[in-house]
Structure formats: structure tokens, C-alpha cells
Write a protein that binds this ligand. Structure first.
Ligand code: SF4
Ligand code: SF4
Length: 67
């Protein structure tokens, strides 16, 4: 069982995590955070394998992954 949490207020919407997720779990939210960016969001959390790619590529340390 894997749980991924994203700190949406730290996110600057760069899209790196979305592009690097091999399981297509992530996409942009349709709302904006307090900085005016569309944050990354889990759209298919059940497909997450816990690979940690999103955690490793995010330049703003938005991710916490529990396995
Ligand atoms: S841990 Fe891996 S599979 Fe899960 S959201 Fe992050 S990149 Fe995608
Ligand atoms: S890599 Fe980090 S900053 Fe970039 S979109 Fe994903 S969560 Fe946001």
C-alpha cells in the first residue's frame, strides 16, 4: 500500500512530476494554489507503484511518499 501526498502550496506547476510518472498517476489540477499555479494532483492514485520518481524530480520538495 502506497500513499502519496502533495503539498500543493509549494508547487509551481513545472510539470516534471507529471511527465516522469511512469504510471500516469499525476496531472494538473483545474484550480490554482495561492501562488497562482495549477498544482500537480493525483488523478489515478490506485495506479501508483510507489516508485518515488515524482519525489526525486520535484525541485520544490512537494512530495511525501509512504510505503
Ligand atoms: S510514486 Fe511513482 S507511480 Fe506513484 S505518483 Fe510518484 S512517480 Fe507516479
Ligand atoms: S515537480 Fe513539484 S513543483 Fe513541479 S509540478 Fe510536480 S509537484 Fe509541482
Amino acid at each position: 500500500m502506497t500513499k502519496v501526498e502533495i503539498n500543493e502550496e509549494l508547487c509551481k506547476g513545472c510539470g516534471l512530476c507529471i511527465n516522469f510518472c511512469p504510471s500516469k498517476v499525476l496531472n494538473y489540477a483545474d484550480y490554482t494554489n495561492n501562488k497562482g499555479y495549477h498544482p500537480a494532483k493525483l488523478i489515478n492514485p490506485e495506479k501508483c507503484t510507489g516508485c518515488t520518481s515524482c519525489y526525486l524530480v520535484c525541485p520544490d520538495c512537494c512530495f511525501e511518499i509512504y510505503r
